[in-house]
Design a protein around this ligand. Structure first.
Ligand code: AMP
Ligand code: MG
Length: 335
């Protein structure tokens, strides 16, 4: 498994064939990352059930926050193993899958998905791509793939393999780039949130709003309170017990659980995000450990200082939101 300690990998830029797709699936099952074509844009794919692979996606993209990622499945049947489909979702799946429609649905309680892929939310964004290479890769991998666009955060989405190559010339965590030609649509999927009673159009995209409304009726627009950027919805992010950050061993209160980081951390009554001080490992463990410590009878969670570099920025962003006062509405002016 690649980590901060291992030397940078070399990117393998491969033409599509049955053999290279099977090799890509092998790399994905081993926790690696593969860029692959879909009908919308190139995706940066990893095993959506593997926390470490999902953490590697965030690191490779250089994302400063943990935005939830879109999970790609082979078909509606595989999607139904990870998310709950109500009548609206079933109708839309029948009408538009495979295709560029992403639905935000409730995660199934028994979903094998990584918690990080939903950034700690109880929902998941799923879609079934309509592209022979993406479909074959999903079939061979046998797991759902978390796949945001295969570019560095904040840059234009890649619609050809060469675009992807410019972002990851030196690998940078990307193991294989499958060249499957240009994406036919070239714009991102439409995202509809069906996790509440009112369906919300979160992102306009390749499928027209009217086409969706013709199937399930009017779509609402996202409100200002942060649905567009779920990372800002504090209620979704905070554990039920209080959380304090940057707490030294001396400052820790009696009855508080201690979430630590690094080799020098105290070992008693603590969960360590990464004993070797690896931020990617810490990101992979973050949500699972917060859930584990969020127990009745525990006074609160004290978190040790996490270095503010690399994936530490996203970890700190997440922890700051969880530590913010609970009773106020989320600030709208956060980055
Ligand atoms: P990208 O993967 O870069 O195409 O972006 C994915 C988009 O889907 C982002 O705007 C996310 O905020 C949104 N998204 C993914 N999962 C969820 C979710 N569970 N709830 C709301 N929005 C989501
Ligand atoms: Mg993107």
């Amino acid at each position: 498994m690649p980590s901060d300690q291992t030397p940078k990998n070399e990117l393998r830029f491969l033409d599509v064939s049955v053999e290279t797709i099977i090799e890509s699936a092998r790399v994905i099952k081993a926790g690696g990352l593969v860029a692959f074509p879909t009908e919308t844009v190139y995706g940066l794919g990893g095993d959506a059930t593997n926390d470490a692979a999902v953490a590697a996606i965030f690191e490779t993209k250089g994302r400063p926050t943990f935005n939830p990622l879109i999970v790609h499945t082979l078909d509606a049947g595989q999607a139904a193993l990870i998310a709950e489909f109500d009548a609206r979702a079933q109708q839309l799946a029948t009408q538009f899958w495979p295709g560029p429609l992403t639905m935000v649905l409730k995660r199934r309680a028994d979903s094998p998905l990584s918690l990080l892929v939903s950034a700690g939310l109880d929902t998941v964004a799923v879609r079934v791509p309509d592209h022979p290479v993406a479909s074959r890769l999903l079939f061979e991998a046998g797991v759902p793939l978390a796949a945001p666009s295969a570019n560095k955060s904040g840059t234009i989405s890649p619609t050809a393999a060469l675009h992807v190559a410019t972002h990851f010339r030196d690998g940078d965590g990307l193991d294989i780039l499958l060249d499957g030609g240009s994406c036919t649509m070239g714009i991102e999927s439409t995202i509809v949130d069906l996790s509440t009673d009112d369906a919300v159009l979160l992102r306009p995209g390749a499928i027209a709003r009217e086409a969706i409304e013709a199937v399930i009726g009017p779509l609402a627009d996202p409100t200002d309170d942060g649905i567009k950027a779920p990372g800002m919805l504090k209620s979704h992010y905070a554990p039920s017990i209080p959380l304090r950050i940057n707490v030294t061993p001396e400052e820790r209160l009696k009855g508080e659980a201690y979430l630590t980081f690094g080799p020098d951390a105290p070992k008693r009554a603590a969960l360590n995000l990464s004993i070797k001080g690896d931020l990617k490992e810490a990101a992979a463990n973050l949500f699972a450990m917060l859930y584990a410590l969020d127990q009745p009878g525990i006074r609160g969670i004290a978190v040790m200082k996490i270095p503010a570099e690399g994936l530490g920025l996203a970890i700190n962003d997440r922890l700051e939101r969880a530590a913010a006062p609970r009773d106020e509405t989320p600030p709208k002016d956060r980055p």
